[in-house]
Write a protein that binds this ligand. Structure first.
Ligand code: 1GP
Length: 247
């Protein structure tokens, strides 16, 4: 089964999907594999691999190879730029940062990375990427014109544009380590116009209660990264998050 079909099936039958984000720049490949293994035991659905800075090349390849030794869960690239492509992943979120001011993050990195994706045979999953306040490192690196927290209608406008451009997924991003996640009002408003198109929410989700709030508001998938890097018991933390968002 292709990864997109696998994720969609979980979203439709089991409730909200949980995605574990691993940034290759944050730990060694062996440590990344341990986090992935522990997350799989806790019930995560797939492993996203990528980051805004220093997450490409040999480190990315080694991180993916080590993760694949430790778990059968699908691996999905979450690239910060064209260097974030690796043939060792199962799929890639082929994304455009729709609210960037920099054409490199809207189409140029995509054009430079596309032939590599084509040759590697990994599955591209088209995604509209929209960064909301506070935006964090990715907001700065991607030169995003941050969507104000209290302006859900602006997020709706970008999400609709992504949908009409043919993107299957929409990702509302508050930025890794954000003080608070995207608001339920914004999640609900965006999901309302997306209909069957899938909505991913990430940035600043640290506990089951917050994950549940995002799921109830309309998130089809939630992403957690920072809290797992900080956690002494990754399996228990994932169990808390997963049990809060599944049916
Ligand atoms: C970042 O949305 C992801 O791109 C995850 O954010 O690290 O805050 O979980 P956290």
């Amino acid at each position: 089964m292709q990864v997109e079909e696998y994720l969609d099936k979980i979203a439709e039958s089991e409730g909200t999907v949980h995605l574990t984000l691993i940034d290759p720049a944050s730990q060694t490949p062996d440590q990344a594999a341990e986090i992935a293994h522990a997350a799989a035991l806790g019930g995560t659905d797939a492993i996203m691999v990528g980051g805004s800075t220093g997450a490409g090349g040999v480190l990315l390849d080694q991180t993916l190879l080590k993760i694949k030794e430790k778990t059968d869960k699908p691996t999905i690239l979450f690239p910060g730029n064209a260097s974030g492509v690796s043939k060792h992943a199962d799929a890639i979120f082929f994304m455009s940062l729709l609210n960037s001011r920099d054409i490199n993050y809207i189409t140029t990195n995509q054009a430079m990375g596309a032939p590599v994706v084509y040759k590697s045979g990994i599955e591209p999953i088209s995604m509209a990427y929209i960064i909301v306040e506070p935006g964090g490192t990715v907001g700065w690196v991607g030169d995003a014109k941050l969507i104000p927290k209290r302006k859900p209608e602006l997020a709706v406008a970008y999400a609709l544009a992504g949908k009409y451009l043919g993107m299957h997924y929409t990702y509302l991003e508050a930025g890794s380590g954000a003080d608070s996640p995207v608001t339920p009002e914004m999640i609900g408003a965006v999901k309302h116009v997306l209909g069957n198109n899938k909505l991913i929410v990430g940035g600043g989700i640290r506990d089951g209660e917050t994950a549940k709030m995002c799921a109830l508001a309309g998130a089809d998938m939630i992403v957690t990264g920072t809290i797992l890097e900080e956690s002494s018991n990754v399996t228990a933390k994932i169990e808390e998050l997963v049990s809060a968002i599944k049916k």
